[in-house]
Design a protein around this ligand. Structure first.
Ligand code: UD1
Length: 423
């Protein structure tokens, strides 16, 4: 990309990656065809489709709709070649052990953003009566029938909350998950599970109460919640490039703190009568301090973008990362563009510079990739982001959308690891 363009126009966001992958896993809980709509056209959906196919499901995509046909007796194994491509494959663990009495899921690699343990997933399943072993790179969970229990999470982990929820809905008796995560994507998952016949109380709060049922039924249509991280990326892009962007189906209520930070930075943020929100900026952003926290705190997935914003802001900001400790890998790349960032433990101090300077950089994960592209849009000259295939995992038609907003950017084929040939 060549820096200097001001992003202006309208953009819409697809369904949330972090929701749809779990909705797809939840479909395993019922025999028959579940249809999801507003499904983003991203690589991670293709990978999860393949995970489900290898479990015996038929998965068909027509436009933004995905039909998942689950057999009476699905397989119970997710192997390493797919799980290593996408950590979220671990979301099949809970549904498979609940539905089949057994699950064998490869231990994930995934994004290079921290150790991302699975201890809470495992401890929770054990509380529900499963035996869990780790052997030859696989987690193997077994339970003829799970039984409801009280589970307290040390930290409101998104993945652990989802796995335990999907296990508990078919368990015998009542499960209470305390200190549960309450991201909008978890609410979306609860909504689908309730449509399937699950009994869940406390949806959207940090205490979930699940009354297990014998069977769940497939769902004829469920629309995926719009992606708040993609919407937030466009919002920050507008502020960063001193632009004017309408995110036509963005849900401002899912981004309250992030949009408030942009207002503090000097942007005008308004919700639009027809839905969506608009971000306008006509000045150099002011530096904004940010602390990442589980929802409704500032999302860790927007931390790299806010670091990029602060890199060109007027003033000095402190950005604190509380969710993924190794997310600072991105700082080295941002520094290659001339950003002045120092990190110490959970904190990064960013001294804003008037101008970044274009350079070749490398994306190490989805969000860092998107943030490097945003930084490149305000850097002097040309920036080339390598390993941009990471961005394809979470952003639908990112480059065409940037172009439609006026960015000078193009995609070049690169000798990168090609995506799997996914049927
Ligand atoms: C999900 C999102 C990711 C987002 C994150 C936090 C998906 C596919 N990914 O990831 O984009 O950044 O939520 O909002 O939905 N942890 C443990 N033990 C566990 C589970 C988690 O130590 O058993 C730690 C992790 O190492 C991490 C923190 O808890 O430091 C948060 O993890 P978690 O909330 O589980 O995130 P994910 O579900 O992996």
């Amino acid at each position: 990309m060549r820096g200097g363009a001001r992003l202006a126009g309208e953009v819409d966001v697809a369904g949330a990656k972090n929701s749809v992958l779990k909705l797809m896993a939840a479909a395993l809980l019922a025999e028959g065809a579940t249809t999801l709509s507003a499904v983003p056209d991203i690589l991670d959906v293709a990978i999860m489709s393949e995970v489900l196919r290898r479990l015996g499901c038929t998965v068909q995509r027509v436009g933004g709709t995905l039909r998942i046909d689950v057999p009476a007796r699905p397989g119970h194994e997710a192997d390493y070649d797919l799980v290593r491509r996408m950590r979220a494959s671990i979301a099949v663990l809970g549904p498979l052990v609940a539905r089949c009495g057994e699950a064998k899921v490869a231990l994930p690699g995934g994004d290079a953003i921290g150790s991302r343990g699975l201890d809470m997933h495992v401890a929770g399943l054990v509380k529900l009566g499963a035996t869990v072993e780790s052997e030859h790179g696989y987690l193997i969970a077994r339970a003829p029938r799970l039984t409801g229990a009280q589970v307290w999470l040390d930290f409101p982990s998104v993945g652990a909350t989802e796995n335990l929820l999907m296990a508990a809905v078919l368990a015998k008796g009542t499960t209470q998950i305390d200190n549960a995560a309450r991201e909008p994507e978890i609410v979306d998952l609860c909504d689908l599970l309730v449509q399937m016949g699950a009994q869940i109380g406390g949806i959207g709060t940090s205490t979930l109460e699940v009354e297990g049922v014998e069977h769940l039924r497939p769902v004829a249509e469920h629309a995926t919640v719009p992606d708040r991280i993609v919407a937030g990326t466009w919002a920050i892009a507008a502020a960063l490039t001193r632009g004017d962007v309408l995110v036509s189906n963005g849900r401002a209520e899912h981004l309250e703190i992030a949009l408030d930070k942009l207002t503090t930075a000097g942007a005008a943020v308004s919700t639009e009568p027809g839905g969506g929100f608009r971000v306008r900026m006509d000045r150099r952003p002011r530096a904004v301090d940010v602390v990442t926290l589980p929802y409704p705190g500032f999302p860790t997935d927007l931390q790299p973008m806010v670091l990029a914003l602060n890199a060109v802001a007027d003033g000095t900001a402190m950005v604190t990362e509380n969710v993924f400790e190794a997310r600072w890998m991105f700082v080295n790349e941002l520094s290659r563009l001339g950003a002045d960032v120092r990190t110490d433990g959970h904190h990064a101090v960013v001294r804003g510079r008037a101008q970044l300077s274009g350079a070749p950089v490398t994306a190490h994960d989805i969000r860092a990739g998107a943030a490097l592209v945003l930084a490149g849009l305000v850097a002097d000259g040309v920036t080339e982001v390598a390993e941009v295939h990471h961005v394809d995992r979470g952003y639908e038609r990112f480059v065409p959308k940037l172009q439609s907003l006026g960015a000078d950017v193009r995609r070049e084929a690169a000798p990168e690891e090609p995506p799997l040939a996914l049927g």
